[in-house]
Design a protein around this ligand. Structure first.
Ligand SMILES: [Zn+2]
Length: 218
């Protein structure tokens, strides 16, 4: 059984720093992009001097980012690519890093917030935000100023790996097609020419839950 001792827990100015948060000494490096041949011979985006860890299990190319968790100052709203992907894939709590899978009647808790307020989490909604365990969800809700403005929580039966959030490149020129990140599905042909930042999951079997109900649950 998992315990909270599995992952180091960091605090900054009295606040728990989420497992997926980016730290000051974590930086993206930008190896030169190239066309490479995937197994099977199809062309895809790659790095000059590529390493096996530059791709996920599906062969999607990811940004290269060092790991220096706990060093310097945390950048709360920004996510570390590798830890985000790990949390999305294994359904780890985005705050404590321990499994958040199936914590209530086989379902997993998701919590989303926006300063502008937000609607309830919808069936089939896609997100780069990994789940939370209920205690961390309540702690986040009470400590995060941004979340307090507009919160939506839901129990979710399935979080399916849908695709990535990243920058697609032109397959002939290796020029970025967008300035900002866009979502690209795994079954979209552009995925082979996309530099991914984060994994996107699709939420199925969504049942909204109020913070009061969550408090009673914990
Ligand atoms: Zn947690």
């Amino acid at each position: 059984m998992s315990s909270t001792l599995d992952k180091p827990r960091f605090e900054y100015r009295g606040l728990t720093v989420p497992y997926i948060a980016l730290w000051e000494h974590e930086h993206i490096t930008h190896p030169r992009l190239n066309f490479v041949r995937a197994p099977g011979g199809v062309a895809r985006l790659g790095y000059v001097g590529e390493k096996p860890r530059d791709r996920d299990r599906r062969g999607v190319l990811y940004i290269r980012e060092n790991s220096a968790q706990g060093r310097g100052i945390p950048d709360f709203p920004r996510m570390h690519s590798v830890r985000q992907r790990e949390a999305q894939r294994r359904l780890l709590c985005q705050v404590c890093g321990v499994s958040a899978r199936k914590m209530h009647q086989g379902r997993t808790l998701f919590l989303m917030g926006s300063a502008e307020g937000r609607r309830p989490i919808r069936e089939g909604e896609r997100s780069t935000a990994p789940p939370l365990c209920p205690p961390c969800a309540l702690e986040s809700a009470s400590s995060c100023r941004r979340l307090r403005q507009g919160l939506a929580a839901a129990w979710v039966e399935k979080a399916i790996a849908w695709g990535v959030s990243g920058i697609p490149y032109h397959p002939d020129t290796i020029q970025a097609l967008t300035e900002d990140r866009v979502e690209v599905a795994y079954d979209d042909p552009h995925i082979r020419f996309t530099l991914a930042y984060y994994q996107v999951n699709e939420l199925r079997g969504v049942s909204p839950v109020s913070m009061e109900e969550l408090r009673a649950f914990v």
